[in-house]
Design a protein around this ligand. Sequence first.
Ligand SMILES: NC(=O)c1ccc[n+]([C@@H]2O[C@H](COP(=O)([O-])OP(=O)(O)OC[C@H]3O[C@@H](n4cnc5c(N)ncnc54)[C@H](O)[C@@H]3O)[C@@H](O)[C@H]2O)c1
Ligand SMILES: N[C@@H](CCC=O)C(=O)O
Length: 541
Amino acid sequence: MTHGEFRVPVPVNEPVRAYAPGSKERASIEAELDRQASEVVEIPVLVGGEEVRTGDTFDVVMPHDHGHVLAKVHKAGPTEVARAIEAAQTAKYAWQALPFEARAGVLLKSAELLAGPWRDRINASTMLCQSKTVHQAEIDAACELIDFWRFNCQYAEAIHAEQPISSPGCWNRVEHRPLDGFVFAITPFNFTSIAANLPSAPALMGNTTLWKPSETATLSNWYTLQLMREAGLPDGVINFLPGDGPTIGGAVLADPRLSGLHFTGSTPTFRHLWRQIGENLANYKAYPRIVGETGGKDFVFAHASADVESLVVALLRGAFEYQGQKCSAASRAYVPKSLWPTVKARLAEETAKLRMGDPRDFRNFLGAVIDARAFAKHKDAIDAARSAKDARIVIGGEYDDSRGYFVSPTVIEADSPDYDTMLRELFGPILTVHPYADDSFEVALEHCCNGSEFALTGAIFARDRAIVSGLTERLRYAAGNFYVNDKPTGAVVGQQPFGGTRASGTNDKAGSRLNLERWVSQRTIKETFDPPKDWRYPFLG
Ligand SMILES: NC(=O)c1ccc[n+]([C@@H]2O[C@H](COP(=O)([O-])OP(=O)(O)OC[C@H]3O[C@@H](n4cnc5c(N)ncnc54)[C@H](O)[C@@H]3O)[C@@H](O)[C@H]2O)c1
Ligand SMILES: N[C@@H](CCC=O)C(=O)O
């Protein structure tokens, strides 16, 4: 029972810590990195608050030192999936019955724990198991996740406040009900914040969820769930199902009580899941909501009036931060031939200064790519460019997986905008640049707009205002997140709602009111205070 209209605290973006040499925060995270590197964590399946050890395990390793095991994870199978669905169905009545401020309180408390005592643990595990530098871990696992939790509470409050008008003699109300079943969250390896947000956003709206984490990110993901449990998350609200995607996915999607899929990951996986849901459609109690944020082939389009130094920094940071493993990473660029020789020379000069290695050495700008499969894909793309007639490696092109999965920051110069790596998502530190003739600006622009199946992020560089306006207009549907004279990565919750269209997803904008609206189903209630007692209308005489 709530006696009052409460307001959640007004959120502000979590400040990013610098971890400068000699700082207390640097010493503190270094100690935590040492601690985590010296242990092997056993991670169970979690159903209804019960830790289940199936005995069928896989290892989580450091991508930059793949012989080093960080965790042994028990895989969920069909039995655990069935138990998790029952646990979610059972937990949802008590969870939904809680007043909104109690559910929001769990997320706000989670944000507070992450901003304080849990920050090092979550950041360090993200650095070790996903090979992020301290800065990349900080902006993801700490700041973005804190922002998701705090801002979502405010967006949820605004949803609840939205009510219809009432005419005299009646009172209309809209109830923003949780969905009639459970929500399935399937999460990617590359952002700890996205992984924790996918099950917790539907939970905030009163749903109970099943969470299938990415194998390689299971350690950091498990810690975020422990944090939420410490913040008061009741048993059964989020059930943790690590293991093989198709095995778990097949069992969950077949259940008639599936009411929503909250997915982030690659385009082929999402298409596969959508097809599976389609094939099951007649078996579901209600049409499942499908939210999927997927792959990208994110562009940088430069005009001849672009400022070269800003363009070079945007290409370098946009393409190589976190080894290019951001869905938003700059992976194709269109640069006029009048600028390209200077841009190429400056990019080569600056890229040569980037150090790559173990993120525990804070001088490194890049770590390793996530696993052997990713390494093989990048190696193949580099080898193919080396022997191609219409493309060449102009920067980098080295790789070595003897200790970790290292791929050096690489630039491929492609004569044709249809060269393989101008179109295909690689998800690694490989940027392909198509230098276009200045008098073929329109042809290059048309390719940038429609040449790729994706439409996630994109950036334009120009100083000429008419060109900025024209490109903004022409590229309206080429990206869900569009940047002018800035890199196409680094969206901040509350500032640049994030998501793309076409093959890049359903564009329900993670960390926004729009996303939360997908996890409720409105019930309209009309209460009449003076119901008519006579069926005859006046016109009948
Ligand atoms: N648009 C966005 O906001 C966004 C954000 C982050 C990552 N991404 C995209 O994610 C991809 C990288 O992440 P990834 O390598 O983890 O993606 P992925 O598609 O390989 O895996 C994502 C998740 O799906 C699971 N999975 C795979 N097959 C499955 C199946 N048949 N049934 C059920 N689950 C299954 C995986 O185990 C993992 O948990 C890139 O394509 C990137 O662009 C997009
Ligand atoms: N939101 C992040 C990307 C998330 C996908 O990997 C960015 O804007 O760089």
